[in-house]
Write a protein that binds this ligand. Structure first.
Ligand code: NAI
Length: 401
């Protein structure tokens, strides 16, 4: 079929198999260009492996460290006349590249919050790898059905205490406007957001993996967090999602206790703000990202998800030395985003930005391009007027193809 982008707000309903394959290939090429990561991981489980930071982590482990990888995610396969989701196509492309390079790669498509998918994953590790030495926890989801209580929790993206008004952008039309977001009305919304994006599920995973004996001596686990600038605090770090991130970060010492007898360690890495399917859903943040891109590109310090994850693995997690942590025990690869000179320039631009000057002051073109790239669009090497085969199999998930 001919596949063109069909956009609804911050979601693109279609994805292009050849374009997503290009996107994956570019990321693999980047990791290869940086050379092998000495003492990198060898057997890796990535939970949330199909897009964004999780996919970039999987690519870094595989092509930067020759690691065998198991990826868990929740994606829709393609059907005749109906393209699959980007994460489905990404994984199909990743597995084919991994196979061609002689690397083990298998995937599990299903709800990572469920006991069933945890069990399937453990069975696969036992059968094929025996143990894993790195677990990357990179889920981003709007909801979670709790595996023990059956309660369906939905997260909300709201300020706490008082309403918040600031600028936002519709990145398709380029219209900058004010948005007012009302605060959460009850504690329940906060608790629900923590239930979805906090650390409990990460703890469940690690507890069950350990009980099954599939964690290697010296195992590491890492989950991803965000802080960002003061201007997004009301909607991000001091809002409902920030409470969930506090909870996630608070899980690190709990997991360190759990992993002690294996000489294992758990980490949270604070990453840079980037265009992903999840971040484009947060009000105000896309405008901040497009200004941040402008400033960081001008300074030659811009990174995408793959550059961030390659640096996390090579310069932090597997640098062969002590891993530098901040005062709260977190790894920081948002260090360049948070540099004083970068933040000062972004804040100055923030004060000036309007619909009229958006294209000049902000890298809104870069934002849009990254957004379309997520779904396999805007790649020069792909002819989007041409028929493409939409039904693409993930080699290790034969029954769904
Ligand atoms: P993303 O939307 O690109 O990736 C989410 C992944 O989770 C996908 O692989 C998806 O299939 C999987 N997933 C979602 N629900 C699932 C379920 N029920 N079962 C199995 N898999 C499921 O998101 P992104 O942005 O890469 O986020 C990953 C982590 O990085 C999150 O913790 C996020 O808060 C964090 N982060 C994101 C930043 C950003 O700017 N995008 C910045 C710093 C941290």
């Amino acid at each position: 079929m001919i596949i063109q982008p069909r956009v609804r707000g911050f979601i693109c309903l279609t994805s292009h198999p050849e374009g997503t394959a290009q996107h994956v290939k570019q990321q693999i090429d980047y990791v290869k260009s940086k050379g092998k990561i000495a003492n990198g991981p060898k057997k890796v489980l990535v939970i949330g492996a199909s897009t964004g930071f999780g996919l970039a982590s999987r690519i870094t482990a595989a092509f930067g460290s020759d690691a065998a990888t198991i990826g868990v995610f929740f994606e829709k396969p393609a059907a005749p006349g109906k393209p699959g989701t980007a994460g489905w196509y990404n994984t199909a492309a990743f597995e084919k590249e991994a196979q061609a390079a002689g690397l083990y790669a298998k995937s599990i498509n299903g709800d990572a919050f469920s006991d069933e998918i945890k069990k399937q994953t453990i069975d696969l590790i036992k059968a094929d790898l025996g143990q894993v030495d790195l677990i990357v926890y990179s889920l981003a989801s709007p909801r979670r059905t709790h595996p023990k209580t059956g309660v369906a929790h939905a997260s909300v993206l709201k300020p706490i205490g008082q309403s918040f008004t600031d600028k936002t952008v519709d990145f398709h039309s380029g219209v900058v406007s004010d948005i007012s977001i009302q605060p959460v009305e009850n504690e329940e919304d906060i608790q629900n957001t923590i239930a979805v994006m906090g650390g409990e599920d990460w703890k469940f995973w690690m507890t069950e993996l350990k009980a099954a004996g599939v964690l290697a001596e010296g195992v590491k686990t890492v989950a991803y967090s965000y802080i960002g600038p003061e201007l997004t605090y009301p909607i991000y770090r001091n809002g409902t999602i920030g409470k969930a991130k506090d909870d996630l970060e608070g899980t690190v010492p709990v997991l360190n206790d759990l992993l002690k007898e294996l000489n294992g360690r758990s980490y949270v890495s604070v990453n840079k703000a980037l265009v992903t399917q999840s971040s484009s859903a947060i009000p105000v943040v896309p405008l901040y990202i497009s200004l941040l891109y402008k400033v960081m590109k001008a300074k030659g310090i811009h990174e995408g998800t793959i550059e961030q994850m390659q640096r996390l693995f090579a310069d932090r997690l597997y640098n062969g030395n002590e891993i530098a942590l901040d005062e709260k025990g977190r790894i920081r690869v948002d260090d360049w985003e948070m540099r004083a000179d970068v933040q000062k320039e972004v804040a100055e631009l923030w004060g000036q930005i309007t619909t009229e000057n958006l294209e000049g002051l902000a890298d809104i073109a870069g934002y849009r391009n990254d957004f379309f790239n997520l779904f396999g669009f805007n790649f020069d090497a792909v002819d989007y007027e041409k028929e493409t085969e939409e039904v693409v199999a993930i080699p290790s998930i034969k029954e769904n193809a």
